[in-house]
Write a protein that binds this ligand. Sequence first.
Ligand code: PHE
Ligand code: FE
Length: 292
Amino acid sequence: MDTPAAAAVVTPAVYGASDRPPRGDYSRGGAVHADYTCPQDWASYTPADHETYKRLYERQAAQLPGLACDAFIKALPSLGVKDRIPRFEEINERLHRATGWEIVAVPGLIPELPFFTLLANRKFPVTDWIRKPEEFNYIVEPDVFHDLFGHVPMLFDPVFADYVQRYGQGGIKAHELGAGEKLARLYWYTVEFGLIRQTDGLRAYGAGILSSVGELQHAVRSGEPHRLPLDLLRAMRTRYKIDTYQANYFVIENFAQLFEFTAPDFTPLYQALEVLPDIPPGVLLPGESGKA
Ligand code: PHE
Ligand code: FE
């Protein structure tokens, strides 16, 4: 835990990233630990950084009703301050009490095994830097706004929180079986871009949707994307885009379903996936309506 992550500087493989090298500073004068966590560099935020967070928060909070799921809306106030970037310790007091999770700071995207390992230990990695004003509307890499606002409220939901831990445990196993990339698609289509059916209609629970100014409407209301009932094999066969809105979303009925779906051993699924072709984003298979 206290060894500087020398390897971190040279490891290009990052989780859910593009071809570009990740943009965070992975050395920080030795402040980054071997598990990729580091202290939140709160002192280095400028007044402009806090202002960016405040404006992002206000704009996003205003469009949640009717689009974000109930669990998210209920937990959002637990993030605490809205007019500056919160200190992670402040949130952790409440989060740990609620579900036993804690957030840990990281310098940016991290490789898959350390990522899975943190999740398996109920630690959620949160990037500490914030986007520049010119990236206000769109940023490809996760920053502190995406990670905090998008992900952390959902970790206050006990069933969803258990799912994310189980995902981390499953991820370690998938990594050993060489199936990390396939399992990453399940993360993408649930934790990042998942939709849930409430009695009052479809809502978003995925952080990539909830932290995006444009994608909330697109994902939940637009007639453009396909919406499919979550099927593990289908989701893990489906490639995804990281630089545009998603062309398809997967819908769950409740968080217990997500937890139950992922209880069985995935080894046979990974074997099946080895011989099944990938499905490009936005493509429907015979018999699919795309209107879940
Ligand atoms: N149950 C899966 C396995 O045995 C792991 C898993 C858990 C995958 C949660 C996704 C989410 O491999
Ligand atoms: Fe994310």
